[in-house]
Design a protein around this ligand. Structure first.
Ligand code: C2O
Length: 586
């Protein structure tokens, strides 16, 4: 470990601030005991009236089409997208949302390893937008990563930009989402699936299904964010009004006026839940994506065991569980056998209320969809029961790293360099608003500029709002991440998979805190536990400007982000398309 990149920092001082913040927010913590909400008992499971049509929702795209040829020769998959605002009612309550081609969730991208993906994005919104391909390595095309203020300036209203990248060496379950302001919370999200004949568990399942989970808000995100970033919130995140599975759920309209942000919008209490058709005897690969912005879910299916085979695009040795905790940005695949009595069964995505500071009386935290076996009577309800065994501890932790063993065995290489990152929330600015800090920096996106373009010009100095760690040569980087916050944080590193070599309570103590370098879990989004540490390693063999940020949207808005400038000499030599740079002057 040659260099220690850690700006002079007094742990004591930071701890004092962290404790101070914690004590200030204690009144909120007392509100945390809401294990059941009144909504849970009030919401009937049977909807009386016929379900209204939802022309913006395409359930068919979540059951992957068998005519897709996984062994096809490499090709280009071309998409044309138009993003615009539209009022729709995913759970029955009408609200304006931001939609791609009028759809929510947005269109599926499906390709094979070796393919090129070309997406022409036309922005018909009032604000700039950018689309990020979560988990794509973008090796050699960092400028196609779609991170507003980092790898591009947003696509201006009325203009188009064409993303174009190849996927040479990865497969599995990914997703795409807007990466400008808080736009993805308002609907700009969709699934991205990459197939490969080299997938470890190909042939172990008959059908391939996507289950996108998300928390959901009846108030457009700009209102939520400005409340969150004001003294009024005291650092408490807006609590969801509902949750969705593949963009659908039921909502009991009577409850809406009690919410923190009453909408008084037209509301129809008979919105349908998502239904997944099962055929007895078949094996289903279920790709679970948490495409939400705040809530951590526990996913389960009544009577059906989940055999986990993938985490964030990395094949795993199968492990059987009844529940999968999944935080924002993460994905899992599980194989489910349709081996139960012909009937209907609940799919449950239970939001972890312990991770919220506030209560929302309108929220039914038990988000549901249905599995319907062919031959069972059609129904909007099931009479199945949740697993009797306990849920995972409600502390918003990941599935234990020791349970997830990558199928392709790889030991974590020894660290060449160590970077220490301290995550905290502090009220140290004049406004006394709680902001997120990585070491001493609270990120604010640049306006009309992108850090990648600055690095491409050869800059080595960046604005004070940008915490940039420069990695001059390819080596194994060890990230020691200390979380001084009472909340847990799903951190995503763009462009890489990381080895999760250690995690625990308290602060990392070199030489004492245990590390596992033997085939450790690899993934791209890792949850930092409350007041704990996490040790990650990655090989920075991918030149570019790569964000490492909390995927809880309000926390990103509050500044919880650092960037890695990897291989600056190669970045200086990047031939970045002129039309991309031009968007900074619009
Ligand atoms: Cu899915 Cu920078 O995020």
């Amino acid at each position: 470990m040659a260099v220690l990149i850690h700006k002079v920092f007094l742990f004591g001082a930071l701890l004092a601030t962290a404790i101070q913040v914690a004590s200030i927010t204690l009144p909120n913590l007392h509100r945390r005991q809401a294990a059941t909400t009144p909504a849970a008992s009030l919401a009937p499971d049977v909807t009386a009236a016929a379900a209204p049509a939802q022309p913006w929702n395409n359930p068919g795209q979540f059951h992957l089409n068998k005519s897709f040829v996984i062994k096809a020769a490499p090709t280009t998959r071309t998409y044309e997208w138009t993003i615009s605002q539209k009022t729709i009612a995913p759970d029955g309550l009408e609200r304006p949302m931001l939609l791609v081609n009028g759809m929510f969730p947005g269109p599926l991208i499906e390709a094979n390893t070796g393919d090129s993906i070309v997406v022409k994005v036309t922005n018909n919104l009032a604000n700039g937008t950018a689309i990020h391909w979560h988990g794509m390595f973008q090796n050699g095309t960092n400028w196609m990563d779609g991170s507003g203020g980092v790898t591009q300036c947003p696509i201006p209203p009325g203009q188009s930009f064409t993303y174009n990248f190849t996927v040479p060496n990865q497969w599995g379950t990914y997703w795409w989402h807007a990466h400008a302001a808080s736009q993805y919370v308002d609907g700009i999200v969709g699934p991205l699936v990459i197939h490969s004949p080299n997938e470890a568990h190909l042939g172990h399942y008959d059908e391939d299904v996507i289950v996108m989970l998300s928390d959901y808000y009846h108030t457009p995100s700009p209102t939520l964010v400005s409340w969150y970033l004001s003294t009024a919130s005291d650092g408490s995140e807006p609590v969801p009004d509902n949750g969705l599975i593949n963009g659908r759920n039921y909502f009991n309209c009577i409850l809406d006026p009690q919410a923190l942000f009453p909408t008084h919008a037209p509301c129809h209490s008979n919105a349908p839940r998502s239904v997944f058709d099962f055929q007895s005897g078949l094996r289903y690969r279920i790709r679970i994506i948490n495409a939400g912005s705040f809530a951590d879910f526990q996913f389960s299916i009544d009577n059906h065991t989940l055999s986990v085979i993938e985490a964030d695009g990395v094949d795993m040795q199968p492990v059987d569980v009844h529940r999968i905790p999944i935080h924002v940005g993460q994905r899992y695949s599980a194989i489910v056998q349709a081996n139960q009595k012909v009937n209907s069964y609940w799919i449950r995505a239970q939001m972890n209320l312990n991770c919220f500071n506030e209560e929302n009386p309108a929220l039914d935290a038990s988000v549901k969809a249905l599995i319907h076996y062919a031959g069972a009577p059609a129904s909007q309800t099931a009479h199945s029961f949740d697993w009797a065994d306990e849920a995972w501890p409600g502390r918003c932790l990941d599935l234990e790293a020791s349970m997830l063993k990558p199928f392709v065995v790889r030991d974590a290489p020894p660290a060449d360099i160590q970077v220490i990152l301290d995550m905290s929330f502090q009220k140290i600015t004049k406004k006394q608003v709680s902001l997120g800090y990585v070491n001493e920096t609270s990120w604010v996106p640049l306006k009309k500029a992108a850090t990648l373009f600055q690095a491409n010009k050869g800059n080595t100095k960046f604005a004070a709002s940008q915490f940039i760690v420069t990695l001059n040569q390819t080596q194994t980087v060890e990230l020691v991440v200390n979380n001084y916050d009472e909340g847990s944080h799903p951190f995503h590193l763009h462009g890489h998979q990381v080895y999760v070599v250690g995690e625990g309570k308290g602060r990392y103590i070199p030489g004492e805190s245990p590390l596992n370098t033997v085939n450790p879990l690899r993934r791209d989004t890792v949850t930092l536990q409350t007041f704990g540490y996490t040790v990650l390693r990655f090989v920075n063999d991918n030149p570019g400007m790569w964000p490492f940020h909390c995927h809880i949207n309000p926390h990103l808005d509050a500044g919880l982000m650092v960037q890695f400038l990897s291989l600056p000499r190669a970045v200086k030599a990047f031939k970045i398309p002129a039309e991309l740079k031009k968007m900074c002057t619009a």
